[in-house]
Design a protein around this ligand. Sequence first.
Ligand SMILES: [Zn+2]
Length: 205
Amino acid sequence: MSFDSFLDDLAPDMGGDLDLDATLPGVNEGEIVVIRSKRRKKNISAYRAGGRIVVSIPARMSKADERAMVPEMVAKIRSQEAASTMSEAALAARTDELLSELAPEITTRPKDVTWRGMRERWGSCTSIDGTIRISDRLKDAPAFALDYVLFHEAIHLEVSDHGEGFKQILARFAKAEIASAYLDGYEAAETALAMPQELKKLLNK
Ligand SMILES: [Zn+2]
């Protein structure tokens, strides 16, 4: 069995060969995954999956066309996202609402709440200077998942650890269970998407 058909059997929806080594102008490596699909004849599609942008192109497309088309598709996805993303001022306002509604004993407000490209964490808080950073992987997340991370980090403005006091306040967030299921599922999807690359390494040995 060839390597390509092995991958096709393994992940029929991914269309086979993952071209992860290609370097493309204006494209941040690791964030972009180009898939060459044997079933795809002409059209190209791009979508967000996990923390990555996946671009699916016909298997027979030339390298030159790939270099021309992929950055265009990535730019399209990014501009769609920018149009629908909450501003940082809106993040700060939402944090204020969550604290007022759910944790009135916390009177500190963040000095600023910013989006940050973070792959390892969903958010972080520095209580000394009152800043909160939220992973940009949450830009397209359902509101309850973003709220859950905002609320978690906002509690840290006054409670630094994850002890009983912290847990009691966090438990007031009604959708905690579904929010943490969403975040876990997102991470599982990212891991699954990264898997074929690891397999590829093993198979090329
Ligand atoms: Zn925490």
